[in-house]
Design a protein around this ligand. Sequence first.
Ligand SMILES: Nc1ncnc2c1ncn2[C@@H]1O[C@H](COP(=O)(O)OP(=O)(O)OP(=O)(O)O)[C@@H](O)[C@H]1O
Ligand SMILES: [Mg+2]
Length: 167
Amino acid sequence: MLNLHLPDESATQSLGAALAATAPISGWLALHGDLGAGKTTLVRSFLRALGYAGRVVSPTYTLVETYDITGKTSGRRIAHYDLYRLNDPEELEWMGAREDFGGDTLCLVEWPERGAGVLPPPDLELHLLHEGDSRRAHMQAISTLGGVWLSDVKNMLKKNNISYSFD
Ligand SMILES: Nc1ncnc2c1ncn2[C@@H]1O[C@H](COP(=O)(O)OP(=O)(O)OP(=O)(O)O)[C@@H](O)[C@H]1O
Ligand SMILES: [Mg+2]
């Protein structure tokens, strides 16, 4: 469990960058939080940190946007889901989600609770909460892979002396 105070948008972006720097090739991150909690902000900084320079649009109506990122030695694929407008979890089947969740894709999912019953358990769960004008983040590993990811994130935040506090 990791509990962080995110005083401003840049703190959310630093967390997104730390998650990207330590991210596994495949697996998925559940991004919980109310409207405007900072989920898309975090995904944008995640993609930027991986070197994606293009526009990152919120998949509000498309429900998913995918990004093929070409690295120096190999590429990787990120799928950004926003399930807020998903009517029925079964729709995920014909959206091709089965290939994303289980293939060589890393999925970042806003409103994952809308996909309950169809999505497999996540590797890592992140809850973003409003706290006055700032935010709080709670992170919890669900799988073994998520456990490694979370401990790498913690080390990275400590190493970079991120100014927000652990508590
Ligand atoms: N730590 C923070 N403190 C204060 N404001 C923040 C923080 N992180 C992000 N924000 C701001 O909060 C807003 C978050 O909007 P964003 O679209 O990322 O939310 P969201 O969680 O994706 O919402 P939705 O559920 O509607 O998709 C942005 O205006 C951003 O600048
Ligand atoms: Mg969003």
